[in-house]
Design a protein around this ligand. Structure first.
Ligand SMILES: NC(=O)c1ccc[n+]([C@@H]2O[C@H](COP(=O)([O-])OP(=O)(O)OC[C@H]3O[C@@H](n4cnc5c(N)ncnc54)[C@H](O)[C@@H]3O)[C@@H](O)[C@H]2O)c1
Ligand SMILES: O=c1ccn([C@@H]2O[C@H](COP(=O)(O)OP(=O)(O)O[C@H]3O[C@H](CO)[C@@H](O)[C@H](O)[C@H]3O)[C@@H](O)[C@H]2O)c(=O)[nH]1
Length: 336
């Protein structure tokens, strides 16, 4: 055990080799906060993990591995990212989603309770709101998920709430809106080649790594007919996680917080931003609506600023798409 781990408590980050988890590991490392990560590398990459952070290759469904890691590293807090994230896959294979997102979260939470780890930061999603009638969406909006992915995450939220009442576990549940962009220093980014997220796919199309971007639906009840989303830069999201951890370590109360900027951009506006920052055309074709896409998802994002003192640094759409494009250029693998 290193001197540092002997002196200060450590945060266990599940899924730290993935897109968002790896940004958070960099943010923790930058802040001098010791961390350890467990990742089964199902979608994550070993090289996304900062060199200073021990990577334990394994599954969070393995209670004995969790227990050993928590004891050996003097873990006092968990940030829980590990999970399955593809919405259509959750529709075709729901039980796999309930297993990886809900059952494995239960194992993790149960282990935390048994070992007295009382601080949990959880990656939730705007998908818990389903297709709400009113936009923008505040945290009191009813949670009515419309797919197994959203339902599997909502169940973990519920477990955290109940474990809080019964066992005193305190949690910050972060409901992410549309996460995009990459580390401004180029240390990590979204690396899976089979991407479905708009900004990543648009970058791949611009670079000729896929034939074209399909714009799913131009007849929505929005000003330009395409869907509107609240895109949040992954580095601002990573900062929010560090603040959430510090809040819990100070003894702060459990919170549920939307993570977005409170503004929206349409699919057309995203494409225009990418063309503006690159000076190049995004090859795009108009396509039918993608099933299950709500017309607008925009957060009311005041609570996270008030409760955590979060101040975003990268909230211009141009900055988000520029960082995504710089990262995409740095990847050596072609898209499928
Ligand atoms: N990307 C988004 O836009 C978005 C939006 C809302 C919520 N989220 C949530 O954020 C979290 C991270 O998402 P991401 O985009 O970084 O995805 P990702 O696939 O890049 O990261 C997930 C990581 O977890 C690991 N993993 C998966 N199952 C595991 C298991 N059973 N044991 C150990 N490791 C496991 C994967 O190898 C990967 O490294 C997820 O919980 C997701 O639901 C993401
Ligand atoms: O090739 C593409 C990909 C996407 N879109 C559109 O772009 C918008 C954004 O889509 P995408 O980037 O796939 O994100 P969402 O479907 O909005 O879902 C993300 O954002 C949600 C919160 O808002 C999270 O719950 C989900 O986990 C996360 O995947 C939607 O209108 C899509 O129809 C296209 O037109 N073409």
């Amino acid at each position: 055990m290193s001197d540092r781990s002997a002196s200060s408590p450590c945060v266990l980050v599940t899924g730290g080799a993935g897109y968002i988890g790896s940004h958070v590991l960099h943010a923790l490392t930058d802040a001098g906060i010791p961390a350890v990560t467990i990742d089964n590398l199902s979608t994550g990459r070993r090289r996304a993990v900062p060199g200073a952070v021990p990577l334990i290759e394994g599954d969070i469904g393995d209670a004995s591995l969790l227990e050993r890691t928590i004891r050996e590293h003097r873990v006092d807090a968990v940030m829980h990212f590990a999970g399955s994230i593809v919405v259509p896959e959750s529709v075709s294979n729901p039980l796999a989603y309930y297993r990886n997102n809900t059952v494995n979260s239960l194992t993790l939470l149960d282990t935390c309770v048994r070992l007295g780890v009382g601080n949990v930061v959880f990656s939730s999603t705007a998908a818990v709101y389903g297709s709400p009638e009113r936009v923008p969406i505040d945290e009191e909006t009813p949670t009515v998920p419309i797919n197994p992915y959203g339902a599997s995450k909502l169940m973990t939220e519920r477990m955290l709430r109940d474990a809080g009442a019964a066992h005193g576990v305190r949690s910050v549940i972060l409901r992410y809106f549309n996460v995009a962009g990459a580390d401004p220093e180029g240390r990590t980014g979204q690396a899976t080649p089979v991407a479905t997220h708009l900004i990543k796919v648009a970058c791949q199309a611009l670079l000729g790594r896929r034939p074209a971007l399909s714009i799913f639906g131009t007849d929505y009840p929005t000003p330009d007919g395409t869907c509107i989303r609240d895109y949040i830069h992954v580095s601002d999201l990573a900062d929010a996680h560090v603040l959430a951890l510090l809040h819990l370590r100070r003894g702060g109360e459990s919170l549920v917080l939307n993570c977005g900027y409170g503004g929206g951009a349409s699919v057309h506006e995203v494409v225009e931003a990418l063309e503006r920052v690159s000076g190049e055309r995004v090859p795009a074709t108009l396509a039918p609506r993608r099933p299950g896409d709500p017309p607008q998802l925009v957060a009311v994002a005041d609570r996270i600023r008030e409760r955590l003192g979060w101040v975003p640094k990268h909230d211009r759409l141009d900055d988000i798409v520029r960082s995504a494009l710089v990262w995409e250029r740095s990847l050596d693998h072609p898209a499928p």
